[in-house]
Design a protein around this ligand. Structure first.
Ligand code: TRP
Length: 532
């Protein structure tokens, strides 16, 4: 077997994993989830999901990834195939491999297609903050103007993609690891500077709007909102846990595949969770909303989606002393956070080409560049952002949770719980308490099934599948960035769903062929031959 790249240092590995998990989800998505889902009361289902879903699945993904790496694989297709063989004949295991492969490929491709756009916006807004371009303007109109300015959007997106390509093209230890060792400490510094600024803002507009007031506003538990919308809020909390920890994406597996077979996963997995949660709950929770609150007050501060980061905050920076600098810090923070996450999905796709088709890394990097460019183009050109919205809905609520569910089916049930437990503890720096086993085996997967059923129920009720008249009207009226028609919205949704369909098919075929090629002999005989 050829020599695989490996993480050079423990610190580099942990920073890479933290960089993977800490993303736009922490600084942008979390605050408005918290604010719009009952404030402090959101933290109850959130912490519950962290414990029963986040931590178990994090350990499982590290374990599956390191196992796959032993056999030279960094993608889910072959990983799921190899593990399923413990209980199934190769010919049946192949189907779990195909399933894993298509999920991993789809998530990496589709998530990147829109998430890279948002990172590109952050690059643009870093520049616009430094130059004061939006100062004195209506920030909503400015944002619409930016999104409609196709050449600017393409420029900042392509710039981000080229830098991603350079980092990934240099390899895991020589590229990704070196980049995160600079970017992650910088990210923490930016975040801490901004938190200090946020908490010392006082009350520039109205005394009762101080940043501290903003903190107490989002953190005061609204139990009546929680109990009224319990199911909806619990779904949002679990979804946030998946997204922020990068679970159900294939990219934790991928990073863990560059470990040695005896390198610790138990403590390292927990460290990843802790670093992410610190960045999310402490730093992310003390930034965007308190700053916006101090200047704009409760009504205008609590905006969801792109509104908070790209419209409310710019509106604050333009009135703040040294606002250009703080604005640049904020958007650079988003850019760094997004970038170090985006590297992971990029690397997943490059690893796939490297390992399955033996294309060398440099060439693979540019092939992935072209692939992600093609996928991102319809989103970059869509001024309404409806393609992005629809795509995010499917990827966020289905793909991640499905992938996480099959992590357990394959990594625990088919691989067999005792094998898994042994694998998890190989070289481990800590012992995972035995009572975690039933949580992983039963509670987490049931949790995920409820999530899937809940999302399906909500979507069915909301007319998302059938594109009901009411749903389309809502898209046009409330979800579209600019005014548009139902005809256009239908078109946008069709493009998003068509892309998802095509990507799934390609992912399935790729995984099928890759596993056949590598394990053809044992599939032929239907007996396991290759074993470590
Ligand atoms: N955990 C990331 C976040 O909080 C999500 C993420 C990681 C991601 N890697 C990604 C999203 C790659 C898109 C592409 O933002």
């Amino acid at each position: 077997m050829e020599q695989r790249d490996k993480w050079a240092t423990k610190l580099g590995l942990i920073l890479a994993m933290a960089g993977n998990a800490i993303g736009l989800g922490n600084f942008w998505r979390f605050p408005y989830q918290l604010a719009s889902n009952g404030g402090g009361a959101f933290m109850i289902p959130y912490l519950f999901a962290l414990f029963f879903l986040g931590i178990p699945v994090m350990w499982i993904e590290w374990t599956i990834g390191r196992y796959g790496g032993k056999y030279g694989h960094g993608t889910l297709g072959p990983m799921f195939y190899l593990m399923s063989r413990e209980s199934l004949k190769p010919k049946s295991a192949l189907w779990f491999g195909v399933l894993g492969g298509l999920l991993g490929f789809s998530v990496s491709s589709l998530l990147s297609s829109y998430y890279y756009q948002i990172i590109g916006w952050s690059a643009a807004y870093t520049w616009y903050s430094l130059t004061g371009a939006y100062f004195g303007q209506d920030t909503y109109k400015f944002f619409v103007g930016y999104i409609s300015n196709t050449s600017a959007v393409l420029f900042f997106w392509a710039l981000t993609m080229v830098l991603l390509g350079i980092a990934v093209g240099q390899g895991v230890s020589k590229g990704i690891e070196r980049w995160v060792k600079v970017m992650m400490p910088a990210l923490y510094v930016f975040a801490i500077i901004l938190v200090v600024r946020a908490l010392t803002l006082g009350s520039p507009v109205k005394p009762e709007w101080s940043a501290i007031g903003g903190l107490s506003y989002i953190w005061t538990p609204n139990f009546s909102a929680l109990s009224k919308n319990f199911f909806k809020i619990a779904l949002a909390a679990a979804g946030q846990i998946f997204f922020t920890l990068s679970l159900g994406m294939g990219i934790i597996h991928n990073y863990a595949s560059y470990l040695g077979p005896e390198d610790d996963v138990a403590l390292s997995g927990l460290a990843t969770v802790s670093l992410n949660e610190f960045a999310e709950v402490i730093l992310g929770g003390s930034l965007a909303i308190p700053i916006a609150f101090a200047y704009l007050g409760p009504e205008k501060a609590i905006k969801s989606g792109v509104g908070l980061a790209y419209m409310s905050l710019p509106n604050v920076f333009m009135h703040m002393p040294a606002g250009r600098i703080f604005g640049a810090f904020w958007f650079l923070l988003l850019w760094f956070a997004g970038f170090t996450s985006a590297i992971a999905t990029y690397n997943y796709l490059v690893a796939m080409l490297e390992e399955d088709v033996h294309i060398d890394r440099k060439k693979g990097t540019w092939m992935v560049f072209v692939w992600l460019f093609i996928l991102g183009l319809p989103i970059a050109l869509d001024k309404t952002l409806l393609v992005l919205t629809d795509m995010d809905m499917w990827v966020g609520s289905y793909f991640l949770v499905l992938l996480g569910f099959f992590d357990i089916v394959v990594g625990l049930w088919l691989f067999k719980p005792d094998n898994f437990w042994e694998e998890l503890h190989k070289g481990a720096f800590i012992n995972v308490p035995g009572w975690f086993k039933p949580i992983m085996l039963y509670i987490a997967p049931i949790y995920m099934l409820i999530l899937l059923a809940g999302n399906t129920w909500n979507y069915a009720k909301g007319g998302v599948f059938t594109l009901s008249q009411a749903y389309m009207q809502d898209l046009v009226k409330n979800q579209a960035l600019v005014s548009t028609t139902i005809g256009y919205a239908k078109h946008a949704v069709t493009v998003a769903r068509g892309m998802i369909f095509i990507v799934i098919i390609i992912g399935a075929i790729e995984a099928y062929l890759a596993i056949k090629k590598k394990y053809g002999e044992e599939l032929e005989k239907n007996e396991v031959i290759i074993k470590l």
